[in-house]
Structures are given as structure tokens and as C-alpha cells.
Ligand binder design. Structure first.
Ligand code: ATP
Length: 195
């Protein structure tokens, strides 16, 4: 049986970076956030519902969802964030379960910024939390995304404070600027020994 390991943490902590290192080590990874983006782009029913609830301001001139506008709205309104999660999450789960059924390694990684918010954490065998200092996260995300410091801070304050999750997770990786790869190799070996 393939065991399911969740990988979570707030914006810009380095989830995808850690996933890529694990992927190089041969671990299959499923990126829930990329999957959500794909659903937002392609799922006609989801797009229709979003337009109905959030209005035309979240649709750009080519008829696509304006993700920057949408994230500004939902990250300053918890109810709207919940609505969006409820709309997209069941479809992500369907795709994930289908993907999982084809995996054959000892363990797989399910990456998601909203593992706890989406209520899927109990279905996972182990959970890794990535953390990094807020100042470093803001610096890295503003270089990556051209978002303003204020926009990034707004997302951070609406996400769960990492220290509130320590007792719910199995591993905490501090991506604080030191060498990351050795930490992930050590984690990988620990995970292989768990199973
Ligand atoms: P998001 O939640 O926004 O998807 P994330 O948690 O997946 O972000 P990454 O995309 O992995 O975070 O990292 C954010 C940015 O910081 C990226 O540009 C990445 O290359 C850079 N980064 C992450 N970790 C490190 C590191 N240890 N050293 C240098 N740059 C890093």
C-alpha cells in the first residue's frame, strides 16, 4: 500500500521547492494548488458559479478567472474563501484519488497550502509542515510573483499561524535560508523508515 504524506505550510514557505527535491529522490508528488488552478481555468461549472458569486470583477477580458483579483477577495473574507474551497475541493479530491490509485511507491506527497482548512489532514498517514520566517517569505514571494508586500501580508494573516499546527504534524522543516537539500534527504530517510 502506498502511504500518503501531506506537505503543507503558508504562502512562500517553500512547499513546491521541497516537493521538487523529493521528486528528484523518486517520490511522486501531487500539487493540490496547481490542480485547483487548473480547475479554475478549465472547469466550466466552477467558472460559472464563481462569476455568479463574486461578480464580473473576477473575470478578465478573455473570459478567464482573474486569479489575482479572486485571491485578493477571498484572502480578506474568510466566508468567501470557504465558499471557494467548498466549490473546488471536491474536484481536487476526485483527481487526487484517481492519481493515488495509480501510484506504486512506498509513499507519495500531497502538497497543499490548505491541508487543514480543507479538512483532509485526517486522511493522511503523515504530515510535514514547512515553515520560514515571514520576512523571508515576503521577499521570496514578491520576487517570484510581483505581488505587493501588503498583498502577501494579507494572505499570511488569513492563513493558519504555523505554531498552531505543530502538535498536529509529524515533521517540521525550517526553510530559513540554510541548506535545504540535506534536511529533505534526512526527512526522506525518516519517512522510508516509518513505513
Ligand atoms: P506558494 O504557497 O506561494 O505556492 P510555496 O510554499 O510552494 O509557495 P515555493 O514556491 O517553493 O513556496 O518558494 C517560494 C519562492 O522562494 C520560490 O521562488 C523559490 O524558488 C524560493 N525558495 C524557496 N525555498 C528556497 C531556499 N531554500 N533557497 C532559496 N530560494 C528558495
Amino acid at each position: 500500500m502506498t502511504l500518503q504524506v501531506g506537505l503543507t505550510g503558508g504562502i512562500g514557505v517553500g512547499k513546491t521547492t521541497v516537493s521538487k527535491i523529493l521528486s528528484h529522490l523518486g517520490v511522486p508528488t501531487f500539487n493540490s494548488d496547481l490542480c485547483s488552478k487548473d480547475i479554475l481555468k478549465k472547469n466550466i461549472r466552477v467558472k460559472k458559479d464563481i462569476k455568479k458569486i463574486f461578480g464580473n470583477c473576477v473575470i478578465d477580458h478573455s473570459g478567464e478567472i482573474n486569479k489575482k483579483e479572486l485571491s485578493c477577495i477571498v484572502f480578506s473574507d474568510k466566508k468567501k474563501l470557504q465558499f471557494l474551497n467548498n466549490l473546488i475541493h471536491p474536484i481536487v479530491m476526485q483527481r487526487y484519488n484517481k492519481w493515488l490509485s495509480t501510484q506504486k511507491t512506498n509513499y507519495i506527497i500531497k502538497e497543499s497550502a490548505l491541508l487543514f482548512e480543507a479538512g483532509v489532514s485526517s486522511k493522511l498517514n503523515k504530515i510535514i509542515l514547512i515553515k520560514a520566517p515571514v520576512s523571508l517569505r515576503i521577499k521570496r514571494v514578491s520576487e517570484r510573483d510581483k505581488r505587493t508586500k501588503k498583498e502577501i501580508q494579507n494572505i499570511i494573516v488569513n492563513q493558519i499561524e504555523p505554531s498552531h499546527l505543530y502538535h498536529k504534524v509529524d515533521f517540521v522543516i525550517n526553510n530559513n535560508g540554510g541548506l535545504l537539500t540535506p534536511k529533505i534527504i534526512k526527512l526522506h530517510n525518516q519517512l522510508l523508515n516509518c513505513f
